[in-house]
Design a protein around this ligand. Structure first.
Ligand SMILES: C[S@@+](CC[C@H](N)C(=O)[O-])C[C@H]1O[C@@H](n2cnc3c(N)ncnc32)[C@H](O)[C@@H]1O
Length: 325
């Protein structure tokens, strides 16, 4: 008779690492990139000349801050809920504008990384001590459940910058958007930045910078597993490997084992074998066009009410409302 032992995991990180490294093909979710070191590496990535996403969206928000502020504003005030806020580099342009215009608003940044939220809260309290800020550490899907149960009649603006949704496959993205729609009242708004399809070389370069910061960022997931799960990954024995498929608009990153190796994860009580050139899929960064965004919105019961792009249409920020039923 076959007996199955149920493994007790302390948290989602342990569970997902176990499932991902015992699966075939192997996978790890990009949301685990972001510990203290990962946050710092991502901030370095945002400064890289190849990583056009940040500068594009920064310029869009800077140029259209007046219209965006008008879109968000409401006589009774509004609550700005930002999912995957990171260091808030671009959001701060808007906060400054809201202050200038004397708008009545609160700011609720949400992120899986406790360290990035701490840093964000500190920098905001220093610059705008009166700002009503309430940070929340958690994963998108857990936090979205809570948002649906809020007991305020104020307008809610949910903001997702930096093409964060691109880390989800289309079915996951629809699920994410459906959950957002469920938490929205008719007057609420979703404001979301999405990276657009463009020259495949430019996209590939964004995930393969010459200073190899993105490679370090990708390998940080192994370093994190070493620290938190008492394992012995040799990061030197893995190669950072990004690819881009212009047909689907999907950029993917892998870590490829350059040799046959065995890794022990003491905390999970497992040994993981790698064949030479075996991969771990670590990230997807989906690229979009207007048709795909329309389709996603339609599937999730949302409609696009405004959009802002740079002149070359490299990146677009869309505003969505709940579609009338
Ligand atoms: C690519 S960064 C973008 C940060 C910011 N939105 C920007 O545009 O600069 C993604 C951010 O989302 C957070 N994040 C990733 N996956 C998440 C998840 N499943 N739930 C909550 N936060 C997540 C990360 O910690 C990180 O701060």
């Amino acid at each position: 008779m076959k007996t199955t032992t149920k493994i007790e995991f302390q948290n989602t990180f342990e569970k997902e690492v176990y499932e991902g490294l015992t699966a075939f093909p192997k996978r790890l979710s990009s949301k685990w990139f972001y510990d203290k070191k990962g946050d710092k590496l991502f901030q370095k990535i945002m400064e890289l000349p190849e990583y056009y996403l940040t500068s594009c969206e920064y310029n869009i928000i800077e140029k259209h801050q007046e219209e965006i502020a008008k879109l968000f504003d409401e006589p009774q005030g509004f609550d700005l809920v930002e999912l995957g806020a990171g260091d808030g580099k671009k959001t701060k342009i808007l906060l400054e504008k809201f202050y200038e215009e004397n708008l009545d608003f609160t700011y609720r940044p949400i992120d899986i990384s406790a360290s990035v939220l701490e840093e964000l809260e500190e920098s905001i309290q220093e610059k705008w001590p009166q700002l009503d800020i309430q940070t929340e550490q958690g994963m998108y899907f857990d936090v979205l459940k809570k948002l649906g149960n809020r007991d305020t009649a104020r307008k809610m603006v949910i903001m997702v910058l930096g093409s964060n949704i691109g880390n989800l496959t289309h079915p996951q993205a629809i699920d994410f958007l459906v959950n957002i729609r469920k938490s929205m009242q008719p007057e609420d708004l979703l404001f979301m930045g999405l990276d657009q399809k463009k020259d495949p070389q430019q996209i590939l370069n964004a995930y393969n910078d010459t200073q190899e910061i993105t490679a370090e960022f990708n390998k940080n997931i192994l370093r994190r597993i070493n620290t938190e799960l008492d394992s012995n990954f040799n990061t030197e024995a893995f190669k950072h490997w990004p690819v881009y498929d212009p047909e689907t608009g999907t950029a993917k990153s892998f870590l490829v084992s350059t040799t046959q190796q065995k890794v022990t994860l003491k905390k999970l009580n497992i040994e993981v074998n790698f064949a030479p050139w075996e991969s771990i899929h670590t990230e997807i960064s989906q690229k979009y066009d207007d048709d795909v965004v329309q389709w996603l919105a339609q599937e999730a019961g949302l409609e696009i009410t405004a959009q802002f792009s740079d002149t070359q249409k490299q990146f677009t920020d869309y505003a969505f409302k709940r579609k009338a039923e």
